[in-house]
Ligand binder design. Structure first.
Ligand code: NAD
Length: 253
């Protein structure tokens, strides 16, 4: 079990879903957490539940450069430093190319792609001053094995591969590790809207959708000193989905 005692983690999109699971788990394992989200009330309730000595809710729209500076300053003011950044916030859309407006596409780019760029750009200098840091970018299996009808979403996630990998070489000499997690389907508002889990997961090797905590445990590992020699890593957490489906002729036999 990865220990996070002494770490201060900023988690974007930390109010619900995978980000919420990361905030809860990181705090359980000894970290202080900065829950950064546009859902102010939800984030504030979560921080209060975790405990004000261990959690701080800050307003952050990840696509806004000034808000990044304010969120970082708030975290440092409360907990002294930020040495873990989980770029988790994201939005999803599926639809045919012809039904994907340019406005929609640009919005996905702003949140999923520019948001991660700004996050690394804002927090890395502070980590460099500390001489240490761990950045965990929540990408997706969509970055390399996109489902149909996800051109806009998948392309923003593919961009994170280049963004993350380029940062590895730049930030490594400063003591900052940059790693990626590729979730498959996860039971959140995004992966199972209104709690409805698509039956397609039955045919994945593990035969089920993932739970937010199953992503959080991997994020905790990458955030921790247990992963001290990991940078540029891509960890698949998809229940085997992208390796292969179960044989449709033999399932159930
Ligand atoms: P979710 O919709 O439950 O949570 C997303 C969180 O991001 C919410 O708290 C939301 O308020 C926040 N957010 C949205 N826009 C924001 C913005 N502009 N600034 C700050 N916060 C913002 O979804 P989730 O499943 O928890 O998604 C977490 C990450 O995992 C996303 O990056 C998503 O693309 C990725 N992912 C999800 C799945 C899945 O099946 N759920 C699969 C692969 C990857």
């Amino acid at each position: 079990m990865s220990d996070l005692t002494g770490k201060v983690a900023m988690i974007t999109g930390g109010a619900r879903g995978q980000g919420e699971a990361e905030a809860r788990l990181f705090a359980e394992r000894g970290a202080k957490v900065v829950i950064a989200d546009v859902l102010d009330d939800v984030a504030a309730d979560l921080a209060a539940e975790i405990g004000e000595d261990r959690a701080l809710a800050v307003h952050l729209d990840v696509s806004d450069r000034d808000q990044w500076q304010q969120a970082l300053q708030a975290g440092v003011a409360r907990f002294g430093h930020v040495d873990v950044l989980v770029n988790n916030a994201g939005i999803y859309f599926h639809g045919e190319l012809g039904d994907t407006s340019l406005e929609r596409y640009r919005k996905l780019i702003e949140v999923n792609q520019v948001g991660v760029f700004l996050g690394m750009q804002t927090v890395a200098p502070q980590m460099a001053d500390l001489g240490r840091g761990s950045i965990v970018n929540i990408v997706s299996i969509s970055s390399f094995a996109p489902l149909d009808l996800t051109s806009a979403y998948a392309s923003t996630k593919s961009a994170l591969l280049g963004l993350s990998k380029a940062a590895v070489g730049e930030l490594g000499p400063k003591g900052i590790r940059v790693n990626m997690i590729h979730p498959g389907g996860v039971a959140t508002d995004m992966g199972a809207p209104a709690g409805v889990v698509p039956t397609e997961y039955d045919n994945a090797p593990l035969g089920r959708i993932g739970q937010p905590r199953e992503i959080a445990t991997v994020a905790a590992f990458l955030a921790s000193d247990d992963a001290s020699y990991c940078t540029g890593s891509e960890i698949l957490v998809d229940g085997g989905w992208t390796v292969g489906s179960r044989n449709p002729w033999t399932v159930g036999s």
